[in-house]
Ligand binder design. Structure first.
Ligand SMILES: [Zn+2]
Length: 201
């Protein structure tokens, strides 16, 4: 980083540059914006960043982000707890919820199985899912991992673990283009995939 900046400015530019989609030029612009901003505005930003890391935890049931021990979806009495939709990331819950077509609860795995990247089944919330399914009262597990190689592999692995329980296992319909992600699919596409979900065999 150029030495025209002071050490403190350089530090903030460096931190902003680590954010996705932010290059050095944008980082500089953000830093100048903060320098010009009022004290309270800048402090509110710092405080909000701190709060995200200290207040947001994982729901004890579904592992989605939550500020309470049990998230708002798991504690919603209108949700059908016998339907568990399995996703890779909290972002996928948001994408599916935006369709308004989901009356189920979720299970957030925390990623997909990727041995080459060092992600093994035990690094994901897979055992917790199996426990949930085995605990009874579950009628259907809807696999909504991403329609790509890693997502499909994760779904196959999970279905091999829970098949013996006799619980119905379905997969979102193949209207979603192969290789795409739940996160970036359109609401219409997701709704069609939810309605047209098919049983795994
Ligand atoms: Zn939850």
């Amino acid at each position: 980083m150029s030495s025209v900046y002071t050490k403190t400015l350089n530090k903030l530019i460096e931190e902003f540059s680590k954010l996705p989609g932010i290059g050095p030029k944008t980082a500089e612009r953000l830093v100048f914006h903060i320098l010009k901003a009022g004290q309270s505005e800048a402090m509110a930003l710092a405080e909000a960043i701190k709060d995200v890391k200290t207040k947001i935890k994982r729901c004890q049931i579904c592992y989605n982000f939550s500020e309470e021990p049990i998230c708002s979806i798991c504690s919603d009495p209108r949700r059908d707890k016998s339907l568990i939709c399995v996703v890779e990331q909290p972002k996928d819950v948001i994408a599916l919820e935006k369709t308004g077509a989901c009356k189920w609860v979720y299970h957030v795995l925390g990623g997909h199985i990727a041995p080459l990247e060092g992600v093994e089944p035990e690094h994901l919330a897979i055992n917790k899912l199996v426990e949930r399914v085995r605990s009874g009262n579950v009628k259907e597990v809807i696999m909504a991992t991403n329609p790509n190689l890693a997502g499909d592999g994760t779904t196959l692995y999970i279905s091999s673990l829970i098949k013996s329980t006799g619980v119905k296992i379905t997969r979102l319909a193949r209207g979603l283009p192969t290789g795409s992600t739940i996160e970036y699919a359109s609401g219409k596409m997701l709704t069609d995939a939810i309605i047209g979900r098919q049983e795994l065999d």
